[in-house]
Design a protein around this ligand. Structure first.
Ligand SMILES: [Zn+2]
Length: 446
């Protein structure tokens, strides 16, 4: 699923935010330097020491586990670079061997329709990228995740999911690339602006249909059984204006034991989804705390509000690609047997330029994501009033999440606030509410 989203995003804007929980941002909260909550002064008149409680929570994770998680996280960052370098190497191979020009010639021989030619070329190109990056995908998603104990997929299951997500990525990618080349032919001077509009619509469409039409291809959902948990979620939803008639449990334990939930959809498709791992590994308080966070994304309209910001990042990206393409083709076009921008044989060059841009734009995308995540955290704390359950939740997957990255690492690579930041926010919230009866008499902090 991640790979599918990544392909779609990279191919146009191809992007990502690891998918599951990427959402939005009200206009006033533009990307900004993250607030170092751990250094904020404690709330006045509080008898509760938020900093001490934060430290005590973090100390519950053993040094060995923290070292393992830090190694996993830093490995992820190097692999992000490796993925980009692999993409650039493939583009260079296709261009310098003139294989790209031969692929275009094949498409031209097969049909006279420019649209079909670009579609055939896109199919050839995406198939080559998928095949050549297969070893890297296999290592990252299967070998490495098993080594860190975060994959439950057998080899056959993994291959099945890889084939399915690659197939979806191929279909989505061919459609998008064909549309972009249509725009290039129709409006050669402004194709980059129109492509941004199409990319944003495409992303919105995938976000909208994803939970209803794509998720069932990978997982099965069943309605959450009536009981205390369901009643608590319905009460929380009703109190916050979230539709409560569709609450599902998704069998994500098939893929891994990691924990997640989401509230997704629009116009009557809105659903609250819980990973079945939550029911196996979490207390009711912890589930309520995390579902309240997800409701925050819905109530604050994050999935719509983020689109203009993504559009801005993509607009700059397509503009960069359009300008750089012209310059590079003037310089090396003869060597590559490339013609003007309408030539589909130039796709590897567009792809390479976009890869470079997206790598450079990663901190901006991550800051966008972290900002809305911090908003949803505050919403969730206010709605569920479970600061300790919220804090404990972030320790449950501590084995694969560096709890305390440096501020620079967090700025560059973290698409959610770090666990240390989120626990600190929860404990500050608790300090500010320590005189409220439910908090004063609620669960104790360590
Ligand atoms: Zn979130």
């Amino acid at each position: 699923m991640k790979k599918f989203c990544l392909t779609i995003l990279l191919m146009l804007c191809a992007l990502a935010f690891g998918q599951a929980c990427a959402q939005a941002l009200p206009p006033k909260a533009a990307p900004t330097v993250p607030v170092a909550v751990s250094t904020l002064a404690p709330p006045a008149n509080s008898t509760f020491n938020a900093q001490q409680a934060t430290k005590a929570y973090l100390a519950e994770v053993s040094p060995a586990e923290r070292a393992k998680a830090a190694a996993f996280a830093s490995g992820n960052h190097w692999l992000m670079l490796a993925d980009a370098l692999a993409g650039l190497a493939i583009a260079a191979l296709l261009l310098f061997t003139r294989l790209s020009a031969r692929m275009r010639d094949l498409a031209t021989r097969l049909t006279r329709s420019p649209s079909l030619q670009s579609a055939i070329y896109a199919l050839e190109f995406l198939a080559i990228v998928t095949i050549l990056t297969f070893p890297l995908s296999f290592y990252e998603d299967f070998v490495r995740r098993h080594a860190y104990g975060i994959s439950n997929l057998s080899l056959n299951q993994w291959l099945g999911e890889f084939a399915l997500s690659s197939g979806l990525g191929l279909v989505g990618g061919v459609i998008f690339i064909t549309v972009v080349y249509g725009l290039i032919r129709a409006t050669p001077r402004f194709w980059w602006a129109w492509s941004t509009v199409i990319a944003v619509c495409f992303l919105a469409f995938v976000t909208l249909i994803g939970p209803v039409y794509i998720l069932p291809l990978f997982n099965t959902s069943v309605p959450l059984k009536p009981g205390p948990l369901r009643s608590a979620i319905v009460q929380l939803a009703d109190a916050n204006g979230v539709p409560s008639d569709r609450i599902f449990v998704v069998n994500t334990s098939k893929q891994s034991d990691l924990l997640n939930a989401n509230v997704s959809g629009l116009f009557g498709t809105t659903r609250i989804s819980l990973d079945d791992t939550l029911l196996k590994r979490c207390t009711t308080r912890e589930i309520i705390a995390v579902v309240a966070h997800e409701m925050g994304h819905y109530v604050l309209d994050h999935s719509l509000m983020i689109l203009p910001w993504l559009g801005l990042i993509l607009l700059i990206g397509f503009g960069f690609v359009a300008v750089s393409y012209g310059g590079l083709v003037r310089l090396l076009g003869r060597l590559w047997d490339l013609r003007e921008i309408v030539d589909p044989a130039g796709l590897p060059l567009l792809y390479a330029l976009f890869l470079v841009y997206m790598l450079l734009a990663t901190p901006a995308l991550n800051t966008l994501s972290r900002t809305i995540e911090a908003q949803a955290d505050i919403f969730g704390l206010n709605a569920a009033r479970q600061p300790d359950a919220f804090a404990k939740f972030f320790l449950l997957d501590a084995g694969v999440d560096d709890l305390t990255p440096s501020p620079l690492e967090e700025f560059l690579f973290w698409n959610h606030p770090s666990a240390a930041q989120r626990i600190a926010v929860a404990m500050r919230w608790k300090a500010a509410h320590i005189h409220d009866p439910d908090i004063a008499n609620g669960p104790a902090s360590p």
